[in-house]
Design a protein around this ligand. Sequence first.
Ligand SMILES: NC(=O)c1ccc[n+]([C@@H]2O[C@H](COP(=O)([O-])OP(=O)(O)OC[C@H]3O[C@@H](n4cnc5c(N)ncnc54)[C@H](OP(=O)(O)O)[C@@H]3O)[C@@H](O)[C@H]2O)c1
Length: 309
Amino acid sequence: MTAASDWDPRALPSLAGRTVVVTGGNAGIGYFTSEQLAGAGARVVIAGRSAEKAELAMRAIRERVPEAQLAHVALDLTSLGSVRAAAEELAAFRPLHGLVNNAGRVVASRRRLETADGFELTVGGNFLGHFALTTLLFPALADGGRVVGLGSDSTRMVRLDPEDLWSERRYRPFRAYGFSKHAVQAFHLELARRLTAAGDSRMSLLAHPGWATNSYASKRPGITDRDPVGGRVFETLTGWIGQGKDQGAWPAVRAVADPDAVNGMYFGPRRQLSGVPVPTSPVASSADPAFGAALWADAEEKTGIRFPL
Ligand SMILES: NC(=O)c1ccc[n+]([C@@H]2O[C@H](COP(=O)([O-])OP(=O)(O)OC[C@H]3O[C@@H](n4cnc5c(N)ncnc54)[C@H](OP(=O)(O)O)[C@@H]3O)[C@@H](O)[C@H]2O)c1
């Protein structure tokens, strides 16, 4: 394992010749993840809902990295039909060296909504959509390739209720968001366990950004200034305890790029909410193998997609 102090997020190793898919690469942490990976020489495929926003993001990256190799593939994680179509298109970029499962509905709706396939929207998009995408894309992942999930410290604030993951008994927006991040963490850790058991060289890792806001990020016109006014005020008032989304991207970028990272590692900011990325640990409830196995079986049943492991 690399010593924590060895990693300089501003001096990445070359990623020339690698292809990385970043879900939600058009905005926020996903945008800066894409920009930093492209800056290190990776070909980056932005998987996102809006072609217009992806175009803007690709233009912003090219302003800083003129030789960047970039593409966009349409993806809406709240529709399994869209995930299937995206996975087919993304597979054409094989071999993939990284899949960053970054996209997320962070502010959940006030009332319980459902995906196109009838599952609670926040867990359905943030977790189930990524489960389906990862499963379908897994055969396109190169030897040694990495799947990186975006976890969250909200899992330390929201106690997991495995019996009500889909908020059928009770719905609260932040509870649903916390559940979705427990599920994302548990899924990537379960994948890591299965890869190790199978002797597979591919890896599953996690990253969390601390508290990362656009208000404290380097400005990218049309990208970092899109939050609604209420969100911007909240971020300005609270964001000083955290960092910008450019720095919030560092843990995910390290998970993709650190040559010494190993299967199952979790990176987060050194001071929990901010700082350079260092190895960290998930909350115990997300890491419980019994929860991971049950979640996996539930996801296979809900998606009708079997993982090829
Ligand atoms: N910011 C933080 O402090 C923080 C803390 C802990 C964890 N995280 C995690 O970090 C990740 C990125 O967060 P962020 O702060 O960068 O959020 P953000 O600025 O709101 O960006 C979210 C991204 O996800 C995309 N997205 C949302 N729903 C989608 C869907 N159904 N299908 C496809 N793409 C979708 C958005 O696309 P559109 O532009 O089309 O909406 C956008 O590109 C999330 O997984 C979040 O849970 C963030």
